[in-house]
Design a protein around this ligand. Structure first.
Ligand SMILES: [Zn+2]
Length: 427
């Protein structure tokens, strides 16, 4: 049986993965957990998501399915943040039977849950149609992620990474976390690039320890179970209640759709779009950097490097009109929020300067508005300023926001091989 769970947490506490961790231990009484649990990130632009828009799936081999279902439901009832307005848990139980239609339908639903915007009614209808036992609480929004996570478990051929999550003992939830900073840096140094997003070196931030009041103590992301477990072993901290390694679609860019043109893009979807800078970057109030890009058909969109992207903004500010770029990110409020940017070619940048005197080789001075330029000493004259090409302080290549600003689903460059740089054929 596959159990899918979603939306049990709130901004004030809990975490759907903690509920999953508890169930993994407690369900041992009724069966055998047959594969790693899944931690699935869904469409990151959905506004009613609680925090990271994560759902989980557990695969259990059991001959007591009713007991498994009853226990899971009772744990959701006792642990979910039911009082929070935005917490709307859902749980589904996909029975163990070779059912090609279920596998296919849930696989498709999973893909849409990552890239598209789905309705609660659609999820309820699908569960009924496929005859999947399910239970929803309040408005039942969690059914969407619960079904999607099961779809991911039934169709395991997607790109994936791993995360080791350590959980705090209950009596300290909501208090300041005690994790030794030096040991976190050591974990990073010893295991990067097989692990990533543990620290943000450029901005001197610890990324793997959350600040929210939920039960997570730290999470280590990496490319294999061994790598994340090895890295976690370096970390010195307060006592850990339990830990789990998840298989996850984090760091895969699964949310991105190759856009054929700016006219086709939709709000609350995420894209890879090719174009040319049509309006140079501008820093607006709040420190956000905004530029416009135009595609080959002449359509335009604003692209933003928001304040939390910190040092990434300095890179974006160096772009000028005419630079050819490929932008990766989500669309909201008619603006594309940049997660990664590929700079494909640089436009020539020129500066106007006063002309040089042919006699003394010094720069001439302006002779007054509309009067051209002159060298007082040599009595030489010139009509206009000269334009000279200046070197660009920018290299072509692929760039990303720092780990502290990275979306769960965004694929870090450390995972990207050379083939990913050639997303579009060269012109
Ligand atoms: Zn002169």
């Amino acid at each position: 049986m596959i159990i899918g769970i979603d939306d049990t947490d709130s901004r004030d506490g809990m975490c759907t993965t903690y509920l999953c961790a508890v169930l993994l231990d407690e369900l041992e009484e009724y069966g055998t957990i047959t594969s790693l649990p899944l931690l699935m990130r869904l469409n990151p632009t959905i506004p009613y998501k609680t925090r990271g828009n994560a759902s989980v799936a557990i695969n259990i081999d059991t001959d007591q399915p009713q007991k498994v279902m009853d226990h899971a439901i009772s744990r959701i009832e006792s642990l979910a943040e039911m009082a929070s307005e935005t917490t709307n848990p859902g749980v589904v139980f996909v029975p163990d039977k070779d059912h090609e239609r279920t596998r296919h339908a849930l696989g498709e639903f999973f893909n849409r849950a990552v890239t598209d915007v789905l309705s609660i009614d659609g999820a309820k209808e699908l569960a009924r149609d496929l005859d999947i036992p399910h239970k929803s609480f309040k408005n039942g929004r969690g059914l969407i992620g619960a079904l999607a996570a099961c779809g991911a478990m039934l169709n395991c051929d997607w790109d994936h990474t791993y995360e080791y999550i350590a959980y705090r003992e209950q009596n300290v939830w909501g208090t300041l976390r005690s994790v030794d900073k030096t040991s976190i840096h050591k974990a990073d140094m010893e295991t990067y690039p097989a692990t990533w997003d543990t620290v943000d070196c450029a901005n001197d931030l610890i990324v793997c320890v959350p600040h929210s009041p939920d039960p997570v103590l730290f999470g280590i992301r990496g490319k294999s179970v061994e790598d994340v477990t090895h890295a976690a072993g370096f970390i010195e901290s307060e006592p850990i209640e339990r830990s789990v390694v998840y298989r996850t679609n984090q760091g895969t860019d699964m949310h991105l759709i190759h856009a054929t043109g700016i006219s086709n893009i939709k709000e609350m979807h995420s894209y890879i779009i090719e174009g040319t800078v049509s309006r140079a970057p501008e820093t607006i109030q709040g420190g956000h950097v905004i530029l416009s890009m135009r595609d080959s058909k002449g359509d335009e969109i604003d692209c933003a490097a928001y304040e939390p992207t910190k040092n990434f903004r300095a890179l974006v500010r160096k772009l000028i009109e005419g630079d050819e770029i490929v932008v990766y990110g989500s669309v909201g409020g008619n603006t594309l929020n940049i997660e990664k940017i590929q700079i494909r070619s640089l436009a020539a940048k020129s500066e106007t300067q006063n002309p040089v005197c042919p006699s003394c080789k010094k720069r001439m001075k302006s002779a007054g508005v509309g009067q051209g330029y002159r060298c007082k000493k040599c009595k030489t004259k010139a009509d206009s300023a000269v334009s000279i090409e200046v070197e660009r302080d920018l290299e072509i290549g692929l760039y990303e926001v720092p780990p502290s600003a990275r979306r769960h689903l965004a694929k870090p460059l450390v995972r990207m091989g050379v083939q990913d740089f050639e997303l579009f054929p060269s012109r």
